[in-house]
Each structure stands twice: as structure tokens, then as C-alpha cells.
Design a protein around this ligand. Structure first.
Ligand code: DON
Length: 570
């Protein structure tokens, strides 16, 4: 009887998910939703309903979170070409059902032919757009290597079954949302500049149009049949290299052949009674979150009202100091000796906060990196998954800018990243996110570029509590930080938390960026203390997709209303 009930339940869920998949219609998301989707056992929250539903369908089939991750990731390539990719890279942080934690790094690398000054003119000045638009901006993609590495270690269903829903979706086509239509029309002139032609130039896009990705379906089919080899050595590698080189790019077959994804130890630290597991370099998110939380821990921030003047001051000052360190110390760990333990220690960060004053803003120009002895020896998408077995995954992937370099490999049906801009074109000069890098992040062949991505998992009292992450370039770190605090310090639900307005400081430029709806404080008081305020009209800070484990064990999704994001679960 119990078994029959279970089978019935499974069929009903399957029918529901199939309906979602077929329908593919996005309902408008209300601006502020207090409670997110609640599910009993499993959930996927991603940038698109189609991708979340595909991930959940894999879970219903009996796959685990890692299987669902692969299917969701590939579905995002189709449903969310803005950032979902096989032509970019990313990071995955996981916590298995028995509490083991780890991470995968499939960040792009600089091509072998990259040179330190490749984006500078004869006067040594950065040439505008060279590291962001077109073929020279592309780093060697890592996503496909990452997916196969994850599948090899944790996958339980055949890869062919995990890629098939994305193939079907690409052939069936994806309905364009209002935001997507706006995005594709906005970048039209860049698509024109970066390519000979692409399907994105076919027409002016409207909400409700359907785009079919037939070439991408063929690429996926070849990957399904030939495995990892296809992307790095097979026909797809040839197509990619020919296309890029014809546009003046420097990526070679050797670059693709040499690319390897890596397993890395995540950054793990305690904040009060929470244990936080986040991404380590070449992502800066884990270290920066650790630094900021360690800096504010002695101040017991929860005693101040959420988003109050005191709250903003404390966080801003901690962010200022952490981003100054980020600029100096962080880069590819395979090229640099990064003092991770010292940087994230309480002692070091408490010392950095010694000159913090409630009366006056510290000036960023007076803040440099801290003194640590080194002993020798910006478009993105995040999704969160918890499966019915208790495995949790936080995945952040990126092409860097919207549609990456805007180079769309026509024959292969996919965009390529412009991740080279995350390396320092000129140490000391800001990149497209205003971030400054130093020698640690200078361009070198085969170097992974420093990232702000922050896929993160939080435990409380030894149990899984939350899975989260965000896109948003330099604002990723501070968006993740604020959501950790919303839940840990202010006891918010997941949807309530992601719907809150946010602010951001990154050392340089020396201003606090606020989302337009931020109205809980008067800025006059902050100004009187010497803080500069930047509140542009259309600004969005991050787009957080997260899952919270409720006290009774059920899951609450937080799908950011800033996008078309959607939680699906059962
Ligand atoms: O890795 C990084 O930090 C950037 N490439 C992320 C870019 C990004 O989040 C853009 N999204 N809105």
C-alpha cells in the first residue's frame, strides 16, 4: 500500500514537472515575496524555470544532486545563454549527505599565447574593450571539463541521460522572457561587432518569442556520444578554435587539450555557531566572506537593526578592508602563494578593524593591504540544489559579461566568455567591475583569473542550513554575505532574505552602492560621517538563488525576484 502510494506520488510529481517543462511559460515574479516555495525533500533554484524543472526531473528519476547539477547546468546553456555556458567556467562547492565537503574549480585559463601587456597600447595604457569584447577577451573554457569531473566522482546516472533534456530543450526551443528580450536587444550592436553573424541578430526580440538552438543540440549530441574528448579534442574543439582564430583570437587546440578542471579544498570557517563552506582561490569569495564575517563578529551585529546606519557602517568598513586585501594578495593559487589562513584569521581581521570609528568613514585611500608575511615553501549564474538524500551543491558559472565576449560560435551554437578581463590588464588599473588587481593577478599564460564567485554552503549545529550564491561580479561577495547575515542574525526565511534590498562597498571606488529601493535609512547621516553614496536608478546588486533547510527539515527556496529565477521542488 505504502509502495503504491509512493509510486502514485512519483507519477503526480512527474506529471507536474513535465507540465512545467512543456509549458515553459514564465509567470511574472512579484517584487517582494515573503515565503518561497516549500518542499518536503528536494529542490533546485536556478535562473530559469526550465532548468530548475529539468534538475528536479533528474532527482525524481532517482539521480542525486550531482546528476541534477549536470542536467541543470546544461539546461541553463539553452535557457539562459546570458550566462549559462559551455564556453565559460565556474565553481562548485558541495556537502554530501554524510557531511563531507569539497569543491571543483573549472575556471577558465589564459591561453598559452597570452602576454602580460596584451591589452595595452604603445604608451602602456589599457585599450578600451580589448579584454571584454571579441575574440581576444576569451579564456580557455572549463565548464565541460568540470561537468565530466563531477560526474566521474559523484554521478549515478549515465551522462547521456543527464544531457538529453538539454538536447530536447534546445530542439524544442525556449520561450524568451521580457528580461531576456531586453537583454538580447540591448547587446545587439556588440553581437554585430564581435561576430560575422549569429542567430541573435536574426530579429528584434519580443517577450514570448521562441528560440531553437539546433546547432547547440548537435554539439550536445556529439558531447553525449564522445564525452569530454569532444569539447577539448574533437570536432567541437576544431569548430571553436577555427571560429576564434578567424576573428583574430589566440586560443589554440593545444590550449583546449591542456585544460584540466581541479578539485580544491574549500574555505571552511566558523561564524558564531555557523560553519561556512565556500570557494577558495582562484575564487575570492570564500576568503572575503571569511574576512568580513571575522571582522564584524566581535561587534555582535545582530544587536543593530537590519540595514540600519550601524549595520551599513560595520559591513562597509569590513568590506573596504577585505577588498583591499583581495586586490593585493589574491590570484591563481597555482601561480601565487596565498596566505589563506592568516587572511581569514580572527586575529588578523580584528587588527584590521582597530582603526574603525563609528564617527567617521575610513578613507579607502588610507587603507592598503594588511601586513602578512608570506612564507615561501564580472555574466554569471548561480543555482542551488539539495537532493532527497541530503546532498547539497552550490554552483556559480560565468561567461563574465552578459553573453561573455559576445562571440557566438555559430557552428557550435554557444557563446564564449570574456573572462580575460578578470585578470589585471594592467596591475593597479580597475577592470569592468572596478576591481583592482596586482601582480598576483597579472596576465600569464595558463593562469586562472581571480574570481568573485562565492558558491557557499552554511551549516548550523553540525547540520545543513543553507545553500546560496549569486552572480554580479564584484557584488557577488557582498550579496552572499548579506544573505548569510539575514538568515543567521535576523532569522529571515529564504525568500524574505533574497528579496531584501542590498548595498555594496569594494574599497575602490570609495563609495557605497545602494539598490534604488533602499529606503530604510536616510543617507544624510552616512554622508555626515564621510561616506559617499551611489544610488543609480536601475542598479541590481546580485541575484541570489538559495535554499534554506527549515527547522522541521523541509526546504524553502529563495528565487531572486531581480530575475526570472525559479524554485522547483518536491
Ligand atoms: O568571476 C568573476 O568574478 C566574474 N567573471 C563574475 C561576473 C559576473 O558575475 C557578472 N554577472 N553579473
Amino acid at each position: 500500500m505504502a509502495k503504491q502510494y509512493y509510486v502514485m506520488k512519483k507519477i503526480i510529481i512527474l506529471l507536474f514537472v513535465s507540465l512545467l517543462l512543456i509549458q515553459c511559460k514564465i509567470k511574472p515574479t512579484p517584487e517582494i515575496v515573503k515565503i518561497g516555495l516549500i518542499a518536503d525533500s528536494a529542490m533546485v533554484v536556478s535562473a530559469r524555470q526550465e532548468a530548475s524543472a529539468i534538475g528536479v526531473a533528474i532527482l525524481i528519476k532517482g539521480g542525486n544532486a550531482f546528476d541534477a547539477m549536470i542536467a541543470t547546468d546544461l539546461a541553463l546553456v539553452v535557457a539562459y545563454p546570458f550566462a549559462g555556458n559551455i564556453g565559460g567556467g565556474g565553481f562548485t562547492v558541495y556537502r554530501t549527505k554524510d557531511g563531507k565537503v569539497g569543491s571543483f574549480d573549472y575556471r577558465e585559463k589564459a591561453p598559452l599565447a597570452a602576454t602580460r601587456d596584451m591589452y595595452l597600447d604603445e604608451n602602456g595604457d589599457v585599450i578600451p574593450n580589448k579584454s571584454t569584447l571579441g575574440a581576444l577577451a576569451i579564456g580557455v573554457p572549463g565548464t565541460v571539463a568540470g561537468l565530466f569531473m563531477i560526474h566521474k566522482k559523484f554521478g549515478t546516472l549515465p551522462f547521456s541521460e543527464l544531457i538529453q533534456p538539454a538536447i530536447d530543450l534546445a530542439r524544442r526551443g525556449v520561450v524568451v522572457t521580457k528580461r531576456q528580450a531586453r537583454g538580447m536587444n540591448k547587446y545587439r550592436k556588440y553581437f554585430e561587432e564581435a561576430n560575422k553573424r549569429t542567430i541573435f541578430l536574426d530579429k528584434e526580440w519580443n517577450e514570448g518569442d521562441t528560440i531553437k538552438y539546433l546547432k547547440l543540440a548537435e554539439t550536445f549530441e556529439r558531447i553525449r556520444d564522445n564525452g569530454r574528448y569532444e569539447f577539448y579534442k574533437g570536432k567541437t574543439a576544431d569548430i571553436l578554435v577555427n571560429y576564434v582564430q578567424n576573428l583574430g583570437g589566440i586560443i589554440t587546440l593545444e590550449d583546449l587539450e591542456e585544460y584540466e578542471a581541479k578539485e580544491r579544498d574549500p574555505i571552511v570557517f566558523n561564524y558564531k555557531n555557523a560553519r561556512i563552506i565556500s570557494m577558495s582561490p582562484p575564487a575570492s569569495g570564500g576568503i572575503c566572506i571569511a574576512q568580513i564575517l571575522k571582522s564584524i563578529e566581535p561587534f555582535d551585529i545582530g544587536q543593530y537593526k537590519h540595514n540600519s546606519i550601524e549595520y551599513i557602517q560595520l559591513i562597509t568598513e569590513a568590506e573596504r578592508r577585505s577588498y583591499a586585501d583581495r586586490a593585493y594578495f589574491l590570484g591563481d593559487p597555482d601561480f601565487n602563494n596565498i596566505p589563506i589562513d592568516s587572511l581569514s584569521s580572527s586575529t588578523y581581521n580584528n587588527k584590521r578593524m582597530q582603526n574603525f570609528s563609528w564617527d567617521n568613514a575610513t578613507k579607502s585611500s588610507d587603507v592598503s593591504h594588511g601586513n602578512i608575511e608570506i612564507i615561501e615553501s564580472d555574466q554569471t549564474t548561480h543555482y542551488s540544489i539539495i537532493d532527497q538524500f541530503g546532498n547539497a551543491i552550490a554552483v556559480t558559472n560565468t561567461l563574465n559579461g552578459a553573453f561573455g565576449s559576445k562571440v557566438f560560435v555559430e557552428e557550435g551554437g554557444f557563446f564564449l566568455n570574456n573572462e580575460m578581463d578578470d585578470l589585471s590588464a594592467k596591475p593597479g588599473e580597475p577592470n569592468m567591475f572596478g576591481l583592482i588587481g596586482a601582480e598576483a593577478n597579472a596576465i600569464e599564460p595558463e593562469k586562472r583569473m581571480l574570481s568573485s564567485m562565492t558558491p557557499t554552503i552554511v551549516e548550523q549545529n553540525g547540520k545543513l542550513k543553507m545553500v546560496l550564491g549569486s552572480p554580479g561580479g564584484s557584488t557577488i561577495i557582498t550579496s552572499v554575505l548579506q544573505n548569510i547575515l539575514n538568515v543567521i542574525e535576523y532569522d529571515m526565511g529564504m525568500q524574505e532574505s533574497v528579496s531584501q534590498t542590498r548595498f555594496h562597498h569594494q574599497w575602490m571606488p570609495d563609495d557605497i552602492k545602494f539598490e534604488p529601493k533602499f529606503d530604510t535609512i536616510t543617507f544624510a547621516e552616512l554622508r555626515s560621517k564621510g561616506y559617499k553614496i551611489d544610488q543609480s536608478n536601475s542598479r541590481i546588486l546580485g541575484k541570489v538563488d538559495a535554499i534554506l533547510v527549515l527547522p522541521d527539515g523541509r526546504l524553502e527556496g529563495g528565487a531572486d525576484p531581480r530575475g526570472d529565477d525559479k524554485a522547483v521542488g518536491f
